[in-house]
Design a protein around this ligand. Structure first.
Ligand code: ANZ
Ligand code: ZN
Length: 758
């Protein structure tokens, strides 16, 4: 045998696996349970970063293990290909978003292949193709039919440089996240999805899901359900969660929005009030609630407290939001911090009248959740399939005319007036009204890309269907998704939108389930070697291609798996750490090169059984790091004794290695052990629990550093077990009885020291 040369081996097997269509799945394999392992599909930015590797290559360990344990596994991949960055890059590189995206997808596909992950490439989806976005448009029409899509004037964040509406999350410290320009507020008419129609279901159904606690909490806070009461002060209705404080009310405060509505309805407010409202409406909600220094103006009239008949003044202040509750609050400075700050600033009375449980007003539940503004005044997205007719108003494009194709445009930049670039496609724009037949115009807004990504997992089940979004029978084989792996940055938006669209499709009769992802796991985040988030400007980006060129894909993926727990961590990339895994891979290679065959080896047998249990259970539990260390332990045990392995033991070693280092395992399986069928078509070995009973050891026990006795216990006993055993020994108990336990120091298998107080 020769030197270990990963670049040669890995390319060879990637080609063979592809030629054999090894990872293309059919809907039904007798005796095997279907399982889709979903990972968040990438945005085609142009190159895979180490984070993609972490998501895809490390999850591939689980995909392979599930196959070996009898599942029919679909491990799909696709591209979330619409979106703003493609436009900006196209402008910068003087190309079109379509060409730029296509080129990037081609390049990233090559990179993904180099990973050796077991994707089913026959199911790849690209959200920017008409074959895909036809169904994104179709989904819009179903929601429109069910009155879940509507148009409304809304206040939006407007970036004057990118000339587009931004989501709140795209505004960082009042500036555009992409270009750092201060964001303005504008009122425009837009298409909205009525996410609030499902506010209760979105908050209640999450209880039944196997999701990370952090994600559940983030969604609950985002939806923000709050039970309170509506109470009327003269003609002003307020929402309060503390009706019991009604005797302490010393003013009623209106949001600038509500005050403006009164003016529009004929209230003759003075110029000071009007000026204050105008200024306040230009501010973002987030800045308004966060500001400690309260501002406001007296409205100049009073209202009556319904509980005690007292007249209280009305004020207008921007810490009260127009979009929450009723847009007005009863001010209780004795009990509410914001109210107190306001009262102190404007010298309003602070009353600590007794607290009562007065049942005034009517019960009301409010939500923080807002409807989803899905209109984008940008080019590179799915056109919203609506037609505007002067006579008939907005009319849906007939389903038979889908897709509404995105017209090619030379100048796809948005214009200053905020109108979508599609308005420039004058030929495309003109269309007959589906209702009256007169000339009309197409809707020129495109959809938020979060719409594209809210249903892509459905399409994986039937990616080329041109009659339906996906054949229900085929969807039945795979959905809902049993396990979804992705980043903690999607705790709210993407996951919430996908849940909303699923519920809407459920009610439209398209799918039978109302939660898309039964289990969710967030992966950890890999930081740059300097411990900061990787970014080009910091110069701390780890290029996976370079690492693969240096070490091979098997070593890179195993190192990523080994770095630490797979979830809820941030872990810096340690360039030195990878050499430890590299050494392991070389040692495996050498082990098979030595190739001494023996008839029996019971020591190795015990270690193999232990590893079969530990590595398998760890992979299944997404504890990849300890699965890798399980293999390392196994190799140590084998190397630690002089006898070779039996040929059957050698096989089993490779079966355990296969999910972690798929190329290396395949090479040794086929070239050294001379097997015909791929190692990836084999079953995970079984183990004999009787062989796992570990040896016992004698552990000295100290109290405050002094030897007080010994215990006999299993080598792999937990610290808790060891302490428990120590507390059964008289000579030890005598020295700890009645004393405060301060600290327990346990060196596994070697020493226990109990530190106690006097
Ligand atoms: C009187 C009161 C007394 C309140 C007190 C709180 C504490 P959550 O729990 O988040 O739903 N509020 C109502 N509408 C508002 C709006 N549009 N803008 C800003 N604040 C608003 O909060 C409900 C409380 O937030 C309500 O109960 C109201 O103040 C305030 F000791 O009423 B409370
Ligand atoms: Zn018409």
């Amino acid at each position: 045998m020769s030197m270990y040369a990963p670049s040669r081996i890995e390319k060879k097997w990637q080609k063979r696996w592809a030629a054999q269509k090894l990872h293309e799945v059919v809907d039904h394999v007798p005796g095997r349970e279907n399982k889709m392992l979903l990972v968040e599909f990438p945005y085609p930015s142009g190159d895979l970063h180490i984070g993609h590797w972490y998501t895809f290559a490390v999850s591939d360990i689980l995909a392979r293990y599930l196959r070996m344990t009898g599942h029919n596994v679909m491990y799909p991949i696709g591209f979330d290909a619409f979106g703003l960055p493609a436009e900006n890059a196209a402008i910068k590189h003087d190309t079109t978003p379509a060409l730029w995206t296509k080129k990037n997808i081609a390049y990233m596909t090559k990179q993904l292949h180099s990973m050796g992950a077991s994707f089913d490439w026959s199911r790849v989806v690209d959200t920017s193709t008409p074959e895909y976005y036809r169904w994104t448009q179709w989904i819009f029409l179903q929601l429109y039919k069910n009155e879940l899509a509507y148009r409304s004037k809304t206040k939006v964040n407007w970036c004057p440089k990118d000339k587009t509406v931004l989501a709140n999350e795209q505004v960082i410290n009042g500036c555009c996240e992409r270009c750092d320009t201060p964001v303005e507020q504008r009122e425009i008419e837009q298409w909205m999805f009525k996410t609030t129609a499902y506010a209760n279901a979105l908050i209640d159904d999450i209880q039944g899901l196997d999701w990370p606690r952090t994600t559940v909490t983030a969604q609950q806070n985002w939806i923000g359900r709050s039970a309170g009461r509506l109470i009327t002060f003269s003609d002003i209705e307020v929402f309060t969660t503390r009706p019991d404080t009604i005797y302490g009310v010393t003013a009623v405060v209106l949001s600038p929005e509500l005050a403006q509505k009164r003016i529009d309805a004929g209230w003759n407010a003075d110029s000071g009030v009007r000026a204050y409202i105008k200024e306040a409406l230009g501010k973002r909600d987030l800045d308004r609630i966060e500001k400690k220094d309260k501002t406001g103006v007296s409205a100049g009239f009073t209202v009556t407290n319904p509980a005690n008949g007292q007249e209280v003044p009305v004020w207008i202040a921007d810490y009260v939001l127009g979009s929450y509750g009723t847009g007005a609050v009863m001010m209780v400075p004795a009990h509410d911090d914001r109210d107190r700050e306001f009262a102190q600033k404007f010298n309003l009375p602070i009353s600590d009248a007794p607290l009562t449980d007065e049942k005034v007003g009517e019960a009301k539940t409010t939500y923080r959740l807002r409807d989803w503004v899905l209109s984008r005044q940008r080019y590179w997205g799915a056109p919203i399939p609506m037609i505007r007719c002067v006579t008939c108003g907005y009319q849906p494009v007939p389903e038979s005319e889908l897709p509404v194709k995105l017209p090619p445009l030379k100048d796809f930049k948005p214009s200053d007036d905020g109108r979508s670039p599609l308005a420039k496609a004058t030929k495309w724009l003109k269309v007959r009204c589906p209702k009256c037949g007169d000339w009309a115009e197409r809707e020129t807004d495109t959809m938020d890309t979060f719409v594209d990504s809210s249903w892509y997992f459905l399409r994986y089940t039937d990616p080329t269907n041109d009659q339906q979004l996906a054949d229900p029978e085929r969807m039945h084989k795979w959905l809902p998704v049993p396990l979804y792996i992705g980043g903690p940055e999607h705790n709210t938006m993407h996951l919430l939108y996908a849940r909303f669209i699923t519920k809407a499709l459920h009610d439209a009769g398209v799918v039978w389930f109302n939660e898309p992802f039964t289990a969710r796991r967030n992966h950890s985040v890999i930081l740059g070697p300097d411990g900061n988030r990787m970014s080009k400007s910091r110069g701390n980006v780890v290029d996976p291609d370079a690492e693969v060129a240096k070490y091979g894909a098997d070593t890179v993926r195993m190192y990523l798996a080994f770095m630490g727990p797979y979830s809820d961590q941030t872990m810096p990339w340690d360039p030195k750490g990878i050499t430890g895994v590299q050494r392991f891979v070389y040692r495996v290679w050498n082990l098979f090169e030595k190739s001494v065959d023996t008839a029996t080896n019971s020591e190795a047998e015990r270690a193999l059984h232990a590893a079969t249990k530990v590595v398998g259970e760890d992979i299944a539990a997404i504890h990849y790091n300890t699965a890798v260390s399980g293999m390392m332990k196994l190799l140590n045990a084998i190397e630690g004794q002089s006898a070779g392995l039996t040929s059957e033991q050698r096989e089993r070693f490779l079966l355990l290695l296969a999910p972690l280092a798929p190329h290396l395992a395949e090479e040794l399986w086929c070239e050294v052990l001379k097997k015909q069928d791929s190692v990836h078509l084999q079953s995970w070995p079984t183990y004999d629990p009787a062989l796992l009973r570990s040896e016992t050891v004698e552990i000295p026990v100290q109290v405050n550093g002094k030897m007080r006795g010994t215990i006999l216990i299993a080598l792999d006993a937990s610290e808790q077990d060891v302490v428990f055993a120590a507390k059964q020994v008289d000579s030890i108990v005598r020295h700890i009885e009645g004393k405060e336990s301060r600290k327990t120091i346990y060196i596994p298998g070697r020493l226990l020291n109990l530190v106690v107080g006097d």
